[in-house]
Design a protein around this ligand. Structure first.
Ligand SMILES: Nc1ncnc2c1ncn2[C@@H]1O[C@H](COP(=O)(O)OP(=O)(O)OP(=O)(O)O)[C@@H](O)[C@H]1O
Length: 263
């Protein structure tokens, strides 16, 4: 991990609703994300996690404050960022390989290079044997791996993921989480991942940004110190480490506090 890649500076978002009403979703949030680190946005339902992520993606405009990536203020979507959503967003009429090649084709990358990069990322997500298959022939977890490979093949500096594994069964979810650790180790990508799953947050995060209940404010910035600055590649190992259950308990307490505040 090296210097700060992404900065959220005093970021606020107020949505204008019908009938002249407004809703403040995010209130003066500031934090930084180091290059090639994994930052997890955590907090109770409706606290503004997706809104913060969408402002990072340039899909929503901040009401005030800014997202700065590599020293440049985000003003809209850009190729420096890739986004993976909870719903599988594959092109069903294209083979798995052509799905992964799609963005490169749009960007004018030549055919040989496209294929080489597509196969590299399909290898990384364990799908090279399925390169000629169509998305409809794959399981949900496999389709999500196609989406991740496709996004990574566009070479984003920052990978933004909104509850990417929320629709998957527990076992596939663990495999996908382990895959993301592997991707962080093997590429230079900076990742921001939204979740409300505490286990997922602890497993993946180099840093957890905990947002308070509506409107989303920075409640706590938590470094899972028990990992000793390392990424732990398998779930069974991490849950047995000293410090794991203390952090889980702390996050549960924060979730409960914020949940009560909301009701
Ligand atoms: N386009 C929009 N227009 C109006 N209000 C919105 C819009 N998008 C989000 N909101 C509101 O902003 C608040 C934060 O929503 P957001 O989806 O960011 O929360 P979240 O923490 O990601 O929630 P969840 O964990 O349930 O997905 C909510 O009250 C939501 O209703």
């Amino acid at each position: 991990m090296s210097g700060t890649q992404l900065e959220v500076r005093d970021l606020s978002k107020t949505f204008v609703l019908g009938g002249g009403k407004t809703l403040q979703a995010v209130d003066s949030v500031s934090f930084g994300v180091d290059q090639n680190s994994i930052c997890v946005l955590l907090g109770p339902s409706g606290c503004g996690k997706s809104t913060v992520l969408r402002m990072m993606a340039g899909l929503e405009t901040p009401t005030s404050g800014a997202v700065v990536i590599g020293g440049k203020t985000v003003t809209g979507p850009g190729q420096d960022r890739g986004m993976v959503f909870q719903a599988y967003t594959s092109f069903d009429w294209l083979s798995v390989r052509k799905n992964v090649e799609f963005g490169m084709k749009v960007n004018g990358v030549d055919a040989a290079k496209r294929r080489e990069r597509a196969d590299h990322f399909l290898g990384l997500v364990g799908l090279i044997k399925f390169a000629e298959a169509y998305p409809s022939q794959l399981s949900g977890g496999m389709r999500q791996r196609v989406a991740i490979a496709r996004t990574l093949a566009n070479d984003p500096e920052v990978l933004l993921m909104d509850e990417p594994f929320g629709a998957l069964d527990a076992e596939t979810r663990w495999l996908m989480q382990e895959l993301m650790i592997d991707v962080a180790e093997k590429t230079d990508t900076t990742m921001v991942i939204v979740t409300h799953d505490l286990e997922e947050a602890i497993f993946l995060a180099d840093k957890i940004i905990f947002l308070s209940s509506h409107p989303g404010r920075l409640k706590e910035e938590i470094i899972p110190a028990f990992k000793g600055g390392k990424r732990i590649g398998d779930k069974e190992h991490i849950i047995r480490m000293d410090g794991y259950s203390e952090l889980e308990e702390k996050l549960m307490r924060l979730m409960r506090e914020e949940g009560h505040r909301r009701t």
